[in-house]
Design a protein around this ligand. Structure first.
Ligand code: SAH
Length: 352
């Protein structure tokens, strides 16, 4: 086996065997990464030109009933200062976002029982009525089929739920026993079946992650065929069980972004805040490795620091307008442009 030949095979066939993924990950070197990134760039350019899609992220609650070992807003983190935005505050974020040119709002939060189906429905319906031309994306974790269905009927179009890791054993190292990879995956199949444009993804360099785990992630993503894939480096948080674990690297994250772009040419692929956190030029480099989405923060500055999933998260002090301008400049510096288009998935076959 040879890395360049495998990349060519991936480009032709859009899939690889598990051993081939492992080989490509374990034997990566600089010439391979350069070859892969320039191919991924070319594919992004062909499909999307210089357009980078934006999604306005509203982190509306940091209460969470789960206890994921990596996450700063896990239930047992007594030091996290908890907050919830009111419906009015959420709508105010949308209003500001709309003015700034956002046509997708992403409502993300911990798994907070306060936001039950009735409350979420009311929020989604209100945003839907006020912004008929916008996409509403939810990222609320695992819920029942019926719950996803009700929120879809209320007007939500998209849902982000990273699978975190496709390997059941590895999943167990990152989560307490009440959470399972099987349930997480079932949620994703449910979301697709209901008709959501669905995003999944994983953390790069999560504790215990092996090349075999990543091979399983890439193969799960191929099978799910999601409209979006969010990946970013694992970044330790000081008040979690993983406080002293090593974080994921820029280099491996870029390599995986590029592999994803080659495997799924049409997919929406964000250059994430976590990537921008571990390197000052992380998001720009992500775009240059094939990413085509950025998700600036629309949350009120007063709560930004409290939605601390990991240490040193960037952009926690900036107003939404500053965040957007900063990203616009960053994208222009690499020859790209933020677009106000909704950026719906344009790919062909998106059946489950
Ligand atoms: N409660 C929602 C939203 C989770 S937060 C859900 O369950 O989907 C969004 C993502 O942040 C998670 O899916 C996880 O992949 C990522 N994340 C959490 N902690 C992190 C950390 N320490 N480093 C990097 N990414 C992290």
């Amino acid at each position: 086996m040879n890395t360049i030949t495998l990349i060519e095979k991936l480009n032709q066939e859009k899939q690889l065997e598990a051993e081939e993924w492992v080989f490509l990950i374990e034997n990566r070197d600089q010439p391979t990464a350069e070859y892969l990134c320039s191919l991924a760039q070319r594919i992004r350019q062909q499909r999307f030109g210089n357009r980078i899609y934006t999604r306005g992220l509203i982190e509306f609650t940091n209460y969470c009933k789960n206890n994921c070992y990596y996450c700063g807003i896990r239930r047992d983190n007594q030091k996290a200062e908890r907050y919830r935005l009111t419906q009015e505050q959420i709508l105010e974020c949308c209003r500001l976002g709309y003015e700034l040119g956002f046509r997708t709002f992403v409502l993300q939060g911990g798994e907070d029982g306060f936001f039950d189906d009735a409350r979420m429905e009311e929020i989604v319906r209100t945003i839907r009525r006020a912004y008929a031309d916008c996409a509403i994306t939810l990222s609320l974790g695992e819920r029942s089929y019926e719950s996803y269905q009700r929120l879809f009927a209320a007007g939500a179009d998209r849902y982000l739920l990273r699978h975190e890791t496709a390997d059941e054993v590895h999943y167990g190292k990152l989560h307490p026993p009440e959470l399972s990879a099987a349930n997480r995956k079932q949620c994703l199949y449910n979301l697709k079946k209901i008709g959501y444009q669905t995003g999944t993804g994983f953390m790069v360099g999560a504790p215990g992650q092996t090349a075999e785990c990543l091979a399983a992630d890439l193969d799960f993503i191929r099978q799910l065929n999601p409209q979006m894939v969010g990946i970013g480096p694992f970044v330790p948080h000081h008040d979690t069980p993983f406080a002293n674990q090593a974080g994921g690297t820029l280099e491996l994250t870029l390599y995986l972004l590029a592999l994803l772009r080659v495997m799924l040419p049409d997919v929406l692929l964000p250059a994430t805040t976590a990537l921008g956190t571990i390197d000052p030029k992380g998001r720009e480099l992500g775009i240059l490795a094939g990413a085509n989405v950025v998700m600036p923060n629309l949350s009120p500055v007063s709560v930004r620091k409290k939605y601390e999933l990991y240490d040193n998260k960037i952009c926690t002090g900036d107003e939404a307008a500053e965040c957007r301008q900063c990203l616009a400049r960053r994208m222009e510096s690499i020859g790209c442009q933020l677009t106000v288009e909704r950026g719906d998935y344009q790919g062909g076959n998106c059946d489950v």
